[in-house]
Design a protein around this ligand. Structure first.
Ligand code: SF4
Length: 441
């Protein structure tokens, strides 16, 4: 049976969110007194640098408006929870800094909203079927009603990251690593397609005030799109969101898998849309980073003429910690390149990638690569970079040992990298910080 998904053009605070919720009956299953868990998307935060939030982080405007709607409908305790990945897994201050900066503590004062860092709370094992077991935040599992508040964005591994993928922020670190499995069938897409199966009553409001190409982080390019998508059905909302990103939902593996399980087509025809016509607002968003023909170098390094180096494209088995350093390595190589071919160097990441016997030096980045390839007889000079996340000092040493003279400061100051991307948004008033503030009343 078809269900409604609303698409609303964002015009004003409170009214636009209320319109999206009302048009599609998004909160119809909410009962008075229900304890509600809200999952925004704060994919990255830094205490050191100004991070461009547009298209990467759910706007505080939408979070506040949703809290007000819930309160008006008699919701009980509201909890906002997120598990932000930080380079130091023990870092708790960055999350607290994010919540304060984004105005969540003001919601706490005003509406009694509880703000939690899911990594400081308990997790509970949940069996999802097909031998998949993941540990979910108890705050999510014990809620009566869950509201997913993702951003309308693309993702370099899962093509899009919408309501279902947003739930990955509610599982513990080990479970996140398990999602990035080396199993070619039970891979990242497979796990993401199952995440919503554990939920109690739930719904979504996808925040498309800003959208993002080549997400999920600040490296991608944000666009001002002014769209809101709401539904009590996450899968259908994600199908509509994908179409609005100009991507065929049938090309998104985790959506295809979830649709197959439900017995519906992975196409926009499965969703009965109210509000704005999807075809009118759909705008192409690039999601993939271009690599050369054999996927051994990103095209921009090939254009620069880099030779004697193979840095194969990341695959689904690469988890967030390791994917965070791919861009840093590429940037450091681009700065180190002196137009003299390297001596046959390869840099391997993730849990699947195998060495090329023609290479002279093989960097095995992270504990998974070391485990996979440490005894591989085809490797001439093995350079292990231990750790999970991989140790940056060892990475610098390893690259230099292989003859790539990278600047260690690029790795030491990696927390400042987001500032480089801020330049894109300077003197563009449509990229406003006001959407990421909640002012005291
Ligand atoms: S080493 Fe990298 S790929 Fe392996 S578990 Fe750690 S973060 Fe994931």
């Amino acid at each position: 049976m078809k269900k409604d998904v609303s698409v609303v053009y964002y015009r004003s605070a409170q009214e636009s969110v209320a319109e999206a919720i009302n048009l599609s009956g998004t909160f119809d299953k909410l009962s008075r007194g229900d304890n509600v868990f809200i999952k925004p998307n704060i994919v990255y935060w830094s205490r050191e640098a100004q991070v461009p939030p547009w298209g990467m982080i759910t706007t505080s405007r939408v979070v506040e408006d949703v809290v007000r709607e819930l309160k008006d409908r008699g919701a009980g305790q509201i909890t906002i929870g997120e598990g932000i990945i930080t380079f130091d897994p023990k870092d708790r201050e960055t999350s607290a800094h994010a919540y304060e900066s984004l105005g969540y503590n003001e919601l706490s004062k005003r509406f009694g909203v509880k703000i939690v860092n899911t990594f400081e709370r308990a997790f509970r094992r949940k069996r999802l079927g097909d031998d998949v077991t993941l540990n979910f935040s108890v705050d999510l599992l014990d809620a009566d009603f869950v509201v997913s508040l993702p951003v309308l964005k693309t993702h370099t591994q899962t093509v899009v990251s919408l309501s279902q993928k947003n739930l990955k922020g509610c599982i513990d670190i080990n479970s996140r690593k398990r999602c990035h499995s080396d199993d070619r069938h039970k891979n990242l897409d497979f796990h993401v397609s199952m995440l919503a199966d554990v939920l109690p009553k739930s719904c979504t409001l996808i925040d498309g005030i800003y959208t993002l190409e080549r997400g999920p982080t600040y490296i991608g390019k944000a666009l001002r799109s002014n769209l809101l998508i709401a539904s009590e059905d996450m899968l259908l909302a994600d199908i509509v969101g994908t179409a609005l990103l100009g991507i065929d939902p049938g090309e998104v593996p985790h959506l295809v898998m979830a649709c197959e399980k439900r017995g519906i087509a992975s196409s926009i025809e499965s969703a009965d849309v109210v509000g704005e016509p999807v075809e009118m607002w759909a705008r192409p968003h690039k999601w993939d980073f271009p690599y050369n023909k054999d996927n051994s170098l990103p095209v921009y390094l090939e254009y620069m003429g880099v030779k004697g180096l193979s840095f194969p494209k990341y695959d689904h088995s690469l988890c967030t910690y390791c994917s965070g350093i791919i861009g840093i390595i590429q940037y450091a190589i681009s700065k180190a390149w002196k137009k003299t071919p390297y001596d046959g160097v390869e840099i391997l990441t993730g849990k699947i990638c195998r060495p090329n016997p023609e290479m002279n030096h093989t960097l095995l980045v992270g504990k998974c690569q070391i485990k996979l390839n440490k005894d591989n007889k085809q490797i001439r000079n093995s350079i292990p970079v231990p750790g999970c996340p991989p140790r940056l000092d060892k990475l610098v040493d390893g690259l230099r040992e292989a003859g790539i003279d990278v600047d260690p400061d690029i790795f030491k100051d990696h927390e400042l990298a987001p500032e480089l991307f801020m330049k894109r948004y300077l003197n563009r008033p449509e990229f406003s910080w006001d959407f990421y503030k909640i002012e005291p009343e």
